[in-house]
Design a protein around this ligand. Structure first.
Ligand code: DAH
Length: 339
């Protein structure tokens, strides 16, 4: 005789995940040619004294199968009705897009300006040796010019290791590893042992530029910087050069841009001078070229370096350097649209 217990457990463990499986289940157990119909057919062969119990058990099986089938139908059709309820016309959820850091925005802008006139971008290590940060750049040992850059030395061994104080070290690496013509800018983070205040920080960011070729002159330097100032601050921008000193350039100059805030009429940002200091520059000292394996009789070049914080301060009127690294969302969110 058919084992009703086995059929019960088969019904219980039957997996129904979709409409097709539900239909297969129905045909197998409760359809007009299904197992349960068959069992009712067997009833006539069951001995009279067992008929009652057998009939009850088949009834229970029938209920079990029908309940399972009805429940599965609900599940299967439920997922379908979820799709029906999906409203394609409904507006999307608002994803907040975040913002780029103002220093990243300005760095990209500077890179784009120089890319347009053929400059590549080079990078180098932030932990530098004395040679690349100082000696190759014509800072003799013990020379007071080293004091201009309050350095974090991290190992006073035979070869001094320091956190780079400027990205001019990258220029040395580029000159050592390539042959002119060289036209490159090096953006990056630099470190100085400064007390943190609104006007100074122990780290900041620079972009340095280097152009080496045959016959490069001071006029090329001036024109390049004028182009840069106009691209960055607008067509009306003017520049002026003041004599200065850097060990790695001769002659050297400090560059001011006409104050874009007051149109050079005088305001508290330009301290009523009409000019804003933006960078240092000069003709690469022949000693530097020779240190880096470039023949200074054949080649000449210019270099310049600027602080990204300084440019950002002028563009966005951020007067406290500390805000760049405080991660205050009220400050950072103001740059959301400046992607
Ligand atoms: N390295 C200088 C500094 O950090 C800036 C600078 C001045 C870079 C003149 C140059 C340059 O390449 O020619 O103060």
């Amino acid at each position: 005789m058919t084992n009703l217990q086995e059929i019960a457990s088969e019904i219980e463990s039957y997996v129904i995940n979709d409409a097709k499986q539900a239909e297969d289940f129905r045909i197998k157990f409760i359809g007009s040619k299904g197992l349960i119909k068959e069992l009712y057919g067997e009833l006539k062969n069951v001995p009279a004294d067992q008929k009652r119990e057998f009939g009850q058990q088949v009834n229970q099986l029938k209920n079990l199968a029908e309940e399972k089938y009805n429940a599965s139908k609900e599940n299967v059709s439920d997922s379908k009705s979820q799709i029906d309820r999906f409203d394609l016309t409904r507006p999307g959820f608002d994803e907040s897009i975040g913002s780029r850091h103002p220093l990243s925005i300005v760095r990209s802008e500077i890179i784009e300006i120089f890319k347009k006139i053929g400059y590549s971008v080079s990078e180098g290590p932030e932990i530098e040796d004395d040679w690349h940060n100082f000696s190759a750049l014509n800072f003799p040992p013990e020379h007071p010019a080293r004091d201009m850059q309050d350095t974090f030395f991290i190992d006073k061994g035979e070869q001094e290791i320091a956190l780079r104080t400027h990205t001019s070290s990258v220029q040395v690496r580029v000159m050592e590893n390539s042959t002119p013509p060289i036209r490159t800018i090096s953006p990056g983070r630099v470190y100085r042992n400064e007390a943190i205040s609104a006007r100074a920080h122990c780290f900041f960011h620079q972009v340095e530029g280097l152009y080496i070729d045959k016959g490069v002159s001071f006029a090329d330097l001036k024109q390049t910087l004028l182009y840069f100032a106009k691209e960055l601050f607008g067509e009306k921008a003017q520049i002026r050069l003041r004599p200065s000193y850097f060990p790695f350039t001769e002659p050297s100059a400090e560059v001011d841009v006409s104050c874009t805030i007051c149109n050079s009429k005088g305001c508290n940002v330009c301290k009523y001078s009409g000019w804003l200091e933006i960078l240092g520059c000069g003709m690469v000292d022949p000693n530097v070229l020779e240190s880096c394996g470039i023949d200074s009789n054949e080649y000449s070049g210019f270099a310049f370096g600027m602080g990204i914080e300084r440019i950002t301060q002028l563009k966005y009127k951020v007067n406290d350097l500390r805000m760049y690294s405080e991660n205050d969302l009220r400050f950072l969110r103001q740059f959301t649209s400046n992607i």
